[in-house]
Design a protein. Structure first.
Length: 728
């Protein structure tokens, strides 16, 4: 291994170590910092189910423990097709960690990989190790990533972790000095990004790729330059085809497809919020999830003070040279800045999700500016980053006080930032010719400024926290043999810590919480809310059922001939806030009552998961026995009489089920798009097997195998190429 490669590896490890140290310091300051909102209601329960699936030798396409969140592949955000995310989940769940520690391990590991990718992107542009580490630091622990990706939206972090890597690989594929095999570089990183589970990051990647190809064609005046990048990107998307095909199929007919104009105007970055790049306590009104204009500290804009300061210093000291070097990056920065302030369209919402890319581009420009700053004495004080930082913080603080936009976190954060800038300036003046200090001070300042920001401003103040205990791993007081419909108020208001200080969820099991204890529920957390049960039961994102729908179901469809019985529901949970009682009373009994609510069970034994039902008055019952249930398939021995029989399956219906009995293919229909139904011909006996094999899975796996084979064969050929090619 040559010296340059060794330095690159050491630098990437150092960048990842900075992110790990940063994440552990946050965890020491607040042991629950990574344990919030979506991580509690959705991510951790699903990750536990994914780990359980692999332990049982099953691929986690579906979950048997939630109908609304039953299609894990279609939900996309869980990274079901990502080798990295699955391996990470399997490893973490091998250790006896509590919930908050599992969440921290998931987040910190990905922050480290993200930081290493930021380093590689900078070092690939011939930036110094110190400046490349700065890029990795800001890319991994900027305000948006810490406040949302690492502590709430797992898919956002899972996908953005690989954006710097994909960008670095794309630039390598455009380097004409490389070998003819350079198209191989983007493939694995495009795959990991797409399967990471966040459509917004895929959109970011597309924007970066368009920008890279435009720049390459403009500079080389030939389209041949971009062929390696296009080939590598195509193979990467082919390798990830099962993930994005699953999403496209799942969204069809879902609630996410419905127009929601209000959501397109929520969480836009206000034009007057950008001073938070200097002082994150800068507080102006943002449109929240309810479209209310609420005062909000600009923590999402926190970048460690250094990037805007360094960029301005570079403009002052080497304006023309800096423009020649980063004019393309500055153009991209402006585009992303505008996108973060503009309303979204279609299924995309909340434009502030562009901020991670904004931070990455900003720190790339800043690192280039730092490289251009001359060593030794600088004639103009404003070209000294330390002095300029002090001036900018002071001006921002004065303006903040004058406009009264300091919010509740202005002190002591402002004084600490002034102190950091003062120390930076003092070191510049005391050791003006020290290369070591000049190179590493920006990284140290960025680390200190970001850590101070999250110590002074709670990084997840905009989302609820729930007091979920480890008891959620236990079944009690519920029955794993029954299928429950839970009726509870919106968790974000009823069960947050401010409303319930004691442990909650043991009875009502909000969100996807039933997955922890392997309980079968209709409810589940789903931002997409697919066609079928989620639409017909009017489920909200956090799993709660529309109250008018719930009242109607319990009053009119609770009998043995009603809808609830036909799809297999034999347990009803009613939160204490409501007085609903399933009817008729003669068919239901109160099984248990707790301080959270009441649990009703249908009288008699639990309803079988596979049975023969006469749904239309034309199909007599049949013999169904020896039922075997697994995650992605089920089977039973079926014997029909002189007439065909309808076999129903108490699991959510998704397009793509296939049925076979005795070597004969049967059609799989649905009962009101809620459950799969198979009509077995008369005088048939045998083993009825139903498997989930949708067309998107077959096509996606075929594309993935084809793309993976091309990549592996090309990789082997590249490894056998002559030494000069490998050196290049």
């Amino acid at each position: 291994m040559n010296r340059a490669r060794r330095a690159t590896i050491i630098g990437a490890i150092a960048a990842g170590s900075f992110a790990i140290a940063f994440g552990l310091l946050l965890l020491t300051h607040d042991p629950l910092v990574y344990w919030n909102d979506d991580y509690e209601l959705s991510i951790l329960p699903v990750c536990a189910d994914i780990a359980r699936a692999w332990d049982h030798g099953e691929f986690p396409l579906l979950s048997p423990y939630s109908w609304i969140c039953g299609n894990l592949a279609g939900e996309f955000q869980y990274g079901v097709f990502s080798i990295f995310i699955n391996a990470l989940i399997i490893c973490i769940w091998k250790f006896p960690l509590v919930f908050s520690e599992q969440a921290a391990a998931l987040a910190i590991t990905q922050l480290a990989v993200l930081a290493a990718g930021g380093f590689m992107l900078g070092h690939g542009r011939n930036l110094s190790i110190a400046h490349s580490v700065l890029i990795g630091l800001v890319a991994s622990v900027n305000g948006w990533i810490v406040c949302w990706g690492a502590t709430d939206w797992f898919g956002a972090l899972g996908a953005f972790t690989w954006l710097p890597w994909a960008w670095w690989a794309a630039e390598r594929s455009l380097d004409c000095r490389g070998s003819r095999w350079r198209f191989l570089w983007p493939v694995p990183f495009v795959y990991l990004l797409v399967t990471g589970g966040f459509p917004y990051t895929v959109l970011m990647l597309v924007l970066v790729l368009i920008w890279l190809t435009t720049r390459a064609v403009y500079e080389t005046r030939t389209l041949r330059t971009i062929f390696p990048l296009l080939c590598g990107t195509a193979l990467g998307f082919g390798l990830s085809a099962p993930a994005w095909l699953a999403l496209l199929d799942y969204v069809h007919g879902s609630a996410r497809q419905l127009p929601d104009s209000a959501a397109h105007f929520q969480w836009l970055v206000p034009p007057n919020a950008w001073p938070a790049l200097i002082l994150p306590c800068w507080t102006v009104k943002w449109a929240d999830f309810s479209s209310r204009m609420m005062p909000h500290a600009g923590t999402e804009l926190a970048c460690g003070l250094v990037p805007p300061v360094a960029l301005i210093a570079g403009v002052v000291a080497k304006g023309r040279l800096l423009w020649r070097n980063v004019r393309w990056e500055l153009g991209l920065l402006l585009v992303v800045l505008l996108l973060a302030m503009m309303p979204t369209a279609g299924v995309f919402r909340w434009s502030f999700r562009w901020l991670p890319l904004f931070h990455l581009i900003l720190v790339l420009c800043a690192a280039e500016a730092l490289r251009l700053l001359p060593a030794g004495e600088i004639a103009r004080p404003l070209a000294r980053p330390g002095f300029l930082a002090l001036v900018l913080v002071a001006i921002t603080a004065a303006t903040m006080r004058w406009l009264e936009v300091g919010g509740t976190y202005a002190l002591p954060l402002t004084w600490i930032f002034l102190s950091i800038a003062l120390v930076w300036m003092a070191i510049e003046l005391a050791w003006p010719k020290s290369t070591l200090l000049r190179d590493w001070m920006p990284t140290a300042v960025g680390f200190a400024a970001l850590l101070t920001t999250y110590f002074c401003i709670p990084p997840n103040s905009g989302v609820p926290k729930y007091n979920f205990s480890q008891n959620l791993l236990n079944l009690a007081p519920l029955d794993s043999a029954r299928l429950y419909l839970s009726i509870y108020p919106p968790p974000e208001s009823a069960y947050r810590i401010e409303a319930r200080h004691d442990p909650v969820g043991q009875t009502v099991r909000p969100g996807s919480g039933p997955m922890w204890a392997r309980l079968r529920f209709i409810n589940g957390y789903s931002p997409i809310r697919p066609a079928g049960v989620a639409r017909q039961f009017a489920s909200a994102i956090h799993g709660e059922i529309d109250l008018s729908t719930a009242s109607w179901l319990l009053s009119n469809e609770g009998s043995s001939a009603g809808l609830l019985s036909r799809i297999g529901i034999d347990g009803i949970i009613v939160a204490r806030e409501f007085s609903f009682v399933p009817q008729p009373a003669s068919e239901w009994m109160l099984a248990v009552e707790t301080d959270e609510g009441r649990v009703f069970h249908r009288r008699g034994d639990p309803i079988p998961t596979i049975r023969a039902l006469d749904l239309d008055g034309k199909h007599p019952t049949a013999s169904v026995k020896d039922v075997l249930e697994s995650r992605n398939s089920c089977s039973a021995s079926v014997v029909t009489g002189d007439q065909p029989a309808l076999i129903t399956f108490s699991r959510p219906f998704f397009r793509g089920y296939q049925a076979r009995i005795g070597g004969r293919q049967l059609a799989v229909n649905s009962y009101r798009e809620l459950t799969p139904v198979v009509e077995v011909p008369a005088k048939t006996s045998g083993r009825l097997v139903v498997r989930y094999r949708p067309a998107w899975l077959v096509i996606g796996v075929t594309l993935a195998i084809l793309s993976g084979s091309i990549w592996l064969v090309s990789l082997l050929l590249a490894a056998r190429s002559p030494a000069p090619g490998r050196a290049q």
